[in-house]
Design a protein around this ligand. Structure first.
Ligand code: AMP
Length: 312
């Protein structure tokens, strides 16, 4: 296993939330263009989204082929990279979208270093209160869980690849999470039902607090045993590439909660809307392009519009 990627002059680390996931090179084609070997990965998108609210730290692995400028960009967002190990070859994902931009079609998944990855969690991360077990091998999600000292909130995200290939491990990990985040297709696949309310109820038997079902451009549903909440999708006119929107949602959600360190119905609802807002911006550019210019003022402005949309 690779060595840790210690940033040369890092101050004592106060990273929170801790974000597990992939740091990837993505090749994507949509009806509006394509990119090759661009910066991507579930930990990349989720950490950048979280960085607007708090100081995330990543747990992942990259290869020696990973371009330096991508790392510099991640660090420029105040993201702690001490938990990124270095192996030989970076995880690569290639996919495309047709006019229904809600569904990514995978061309290839090259696990590369991820195939033998054994997550190592820096000592400085273990006291963090907020943990995002992003889209990654559920065995590694479990490993991170076991290394954290006393997390206050564990949010778990997953996708069809892991539901198909590692369902048993995934179910074990979900049972230890507080909040499960998945999209509508994954919820149906995971709980073997066409009905999302039934899927949510089955999920609530496993997790301690909530399940969030993302519905792409149609918003997100939050279910708990006490209340339900529905966030609208932002009416975007200019979608270029939705890759990473699900991760941006999860990152914005946990980043907001970590910043306020309050877990109640109101903070969870606001976190859902902030997650949706960051995700909506992400779809406006290819890869991480739009996130590079996104500001907190942009986020606040769209948050207000989302509030107005659901007022009646
Ligand atoms: P999403 O938010 O679902 O659009 O996630 C897109 C990101 O997930 C891309 O940047 C990919 O690099 C990454 N990805 C694709 N397949 C996997 C996988 N099997 N495990 C973890 N990350 C993946």
């Amino acid at each position: 296993m690779g060595t840790f990627l210690n940033s040369p002059h890092s101050a004592p680390c106060m990273a929170d939330p801790i974000m597990l996931g992939t740091v990837a090179l993505d090749s994507i084609e949509t009806p509006f263009g394509k990119i090759q070997d661009a910066l991507g990965g579930s930990a990349t998108f989720s950490s950048i989204a979280a960085s607007f609210f708090s100081k995330p730290g990543i747990i992942s692995i990259i290869g020696k082929d990973f371009p330096r400028q991508h790392l510099d960009f991640i660090r420029s967002k105040g993201i702690d990279t001490d938990g990124i190990a270095i192996g030989n070859k970076t995880f690569r994902w290639s996919g495309y979208y047709e006019f229904d931009m809600n569904e990514a079609k995978t061309r290839s998944t090259e696990l590369n270093d991820l195939a033998t990855y054994d997550a190592q969690i820096p000592e400085s991360y273990r006291g963090a209160k907020y943990v995002f077990l992003g889209n990654m091998d559920p065995v590694q999600q479990l490993k991170v869980l076991e290394s954290m000292k006393h997390p206050r909130l564990i949010v778990l995200d997953t996708m069809n690849f892991w539901i198909q290939n590692k369902k048993e491990d995934l179910m074990r990990a979900i049972k230890r999470a507080d909040i499960l985040v998945c999209n509508d297709g994954e919820a149906r696949q995971l709980f073997q039902t066409a009905n999302l309310v039934k899927a949510a109820n089955k999920a609530l038997e496993l997790v301690s607090t909530a399940v969030i079902i993302k519905k792409g451009e149609h918003g997100a549903l939050l279910f708990t045993n006490d209340f339900h909440f529905s966030a609208p999708g932002y009416p975007l006119e200019d979608i270029k590439d939705p890759t990473g929107c699900g991760d941006c949602f999860g990152g914005g959600f946990i980043g907001y909660l970590a910043h306020h360190n309050i877990m109640n119905a109101e903070s969870m609802k606001k976190a859902v809307v902030y997650g949706s807002v960051v995700a909506s911006y992400n779809a406006e550019g290819f890869g991480t392009e739009r996130l590079k210019t996104l500001t907190m003022d942009d986020i606040k402005q769209r948050y207000q519009i989302m509030k107005d949309i659901r007022e009646f």
